[in-house]
Write a protein that binds this ligand. Structure first.
Ligand SMILES: Nc1ncnc2c1ncn2[C@@H]1O[C@H](COP(=O)(O)OP(=O)(O)O)[C@@H](O)[C@H]1O
Ligand SMILES: [Mg+2]
Length: 300
C-alpha cells in the first residue's frame, strides 16, 4: 500500500489525538530555513509552563469525566522533566495540550513563552508516542524523513537529514530496512530519530519505551540521555514507572490518580548513570512509599 505523502503525515500525527468530537490536528509547519544545528538551549527560561490547568472530557453517555484539576508546573529549558502518574491521571492529556492538540478548560499552557491557543510550530516540537507509529510500507529512512515532509525541505535534504539522524541513533546501516525487518528496539530508535530530525527544542515523549524488554529499554535510556547531553533540548517524559522517572529526570512531577493533580515535585540531582546505584534505589523506594500512601490503586 502506498499513500500520498500528505496522507502518510496525517497518519503520523494521528486521529488518536483528536479531542471529543471533531477537532483538527493543526497542520505542521516546518520551517525549511531553520538551521540544521539549533543545538543551543532556547533563550526562554521555561520551555513549557502549565498554569492552573483543568480538563474534563465527556464520556459516551454524556457524563463528564474530570481528568486534570488545577495542574501547574514548569519545564525549565534544557531539562528532562518526567510526569509520573498512574494510568488515567491525565499524563497524555497534558502532552497533547503542550502540543496544542487539546485546549485546557481552565488555565493555560505556554510553549517557549507562547500560549498554545494559536497554531503550534511543529518544527520546535518532537513527539514520540507509546506505539512507534512507523508506516510499514516505508523504509526506515522514509519513516524518519516523513517528519520533514510538511515543509519545503527538498527531497535530497530530507534524505540527508534522515540518514544523519538514523546514524545518531545507531541505525546508519538500516535506512533501507522496513519496520517488519527491525527488532522492537530498532523500531524504537527509528521513531526516536523521526522525532529528532526536525531538531526540536522540546521533545514530548509519551511512555515511548514501555513496550520494550528491560535490557533494550535501558539502552534506549542511555541513548536518550546521550543525545540530550549533545543537544540540550528540553524533554518531557511521561511514564507510570517510578524507576524510569528516577533514571532519566532532572525533575519529577508526580500526579495523583484521576483527576490528576500535582501531588509532589522532586528535583533529582544524582549523577548519571543512575540505574542500580544505591542513591537511585533509595529514591525509587521513597517515591514508591509516597505512592502507596497516596493511593492503594496505582494502576499501570
Ligand atoms: N478524547 C477523550 N474523550 C474522552 N475521554 C478521554 C479522552 N482522552 C482521554 N480520556 C480519558 O481521560 C482519562 C485520562 O486520559 P490520559 O490523559 O490518556 O491518561 P494517562 O495518559 O495518564 O493514562 C482517561 O480515563 C481516558 O480514558
Ligand atoms: Mg497515556
Amino acid at each position: 500500500m502506498a499513500l500520498a505523502n500528505g496522507t502518510d503525515f496525517a497518519l503520523l500525527n494521528g486521529p488518536q489525538l483528536v479531542e471529543n468530537g471533531p477537532r483538527l490536528t493543526p497542520a505542521p509547519t516546518i520551517d525549511a530555513a531553520a538551521p540544521l544545528a539549533r543545538h543551543a538551549a532556547p533563550d526562554h527560561r521555561q520551555a513549557l509552563a502549565f498554569r492552573h490547568v483543568s480538563k474534563h472530557f465527556f464520556r459516551d453517555d454524556g457524563s463528564s469525566l474530570e481528568v486534570l484539576r488545577d495542574v501547574s508546573f514548569d519545564v525549565p529549558a534544557g531539562s528532562v522533566v518526567s510526569i509520573l502518574g498512574p494510568s488515567g491521571s491525565g499524563k497524555s492529556t497534558l502532552l497533547n495540550m503542550a502540543a496544542g492538540l487539546l485546549a485546557p478548560d481552565q488555565g493555560k499552557v505556554l510553549v517557549l513563552g507562547h500560549e498554545t491557543t494559536g497554531a503550534v510550530d511543529w518544527s520546535r516540537l518532537g513527539y514520540m508516542f507509546q506505539d512507534d507509529r512507523l508506516l510499514p510500507w516505508r523504509q526506515a529512512l522514509g519513516n524518519v524523513a516523513l517528519a520533514l515532509e510538511a515543509g519545503s525541505v527538498s527531497r535530497q535534504e530530507r534524505r540527508e537529514r534522515a540518514q544523519a539522524q538514523l546514524a545518531v541513533v545507531g541505525l546508519g546501516d538500516f535506512g533501507s530496512a522496513y519496520p517488519h525487518q527491525l527488532s522492537g528496539g530498532m523500531r524504537s530508535r527509528v521513531a526516536l530519530a523521526r522525532s529528532l530530525v526536525t531538531e526540536p527544542d522540546i521533545l514530548l515523549m509519551d511512555e515511548p519505551f514501555s513496550r520494550l524488554d528491560a535490557q533494550t529499554r535501558t539502552s534506549m535510556h542511555n541513548e536518550l540521555l546521550r543525545i540530550h547531553r549533545e543537544r540540550g533540548m528540553s524533554i518531557v517524559f511521561v511514564t507510570h514507572d517510578v524507576e524510569e522517572a528516577v533514571i532519566l529526570a532532572d525533575h519529577i512531577v508526580m500526579l495523583s490518580p484521576r483527576p490528576g493533580r500535582v501531588h509532589t515535585e522532586i528535583d533529582v540531582t544524582l549523577p548519571h548513570p543512575r540505574l542500580g546505584t544505591p542513591d537511585a534505589q533509595a529514591l525509587v523506594a521513597e517515591l514508591r512509599a509516597a505512592i502507596a500512601g497516596m493511593s492503594a490503586d496505582w494502576v499501570i
